[in-house]
Design a protein. Sequence first.
Length: 72
Amino acid sequence: MKKVCKLEDLDCANCAAKMERAIAKIDGVDSVNISFMAQRLSIEADESRMEEIMREVVRVCRKVEPDCRVIL
């Protein structure tokens, strides 16, 4: 299942790259792409676990960039 989310207050491209690498390591994630310029996260993951995966995505994003919000 593919999901696209808006990001708010993502401050730098380096942080976006760190988030992308961390999210890619989450079990069940097939692919992830974070566009710093568009402030957008695209994720393809196991549909049956999408809710659990998205909670982990939000946690990872806050850890890397505390001000960043993932709009689900």
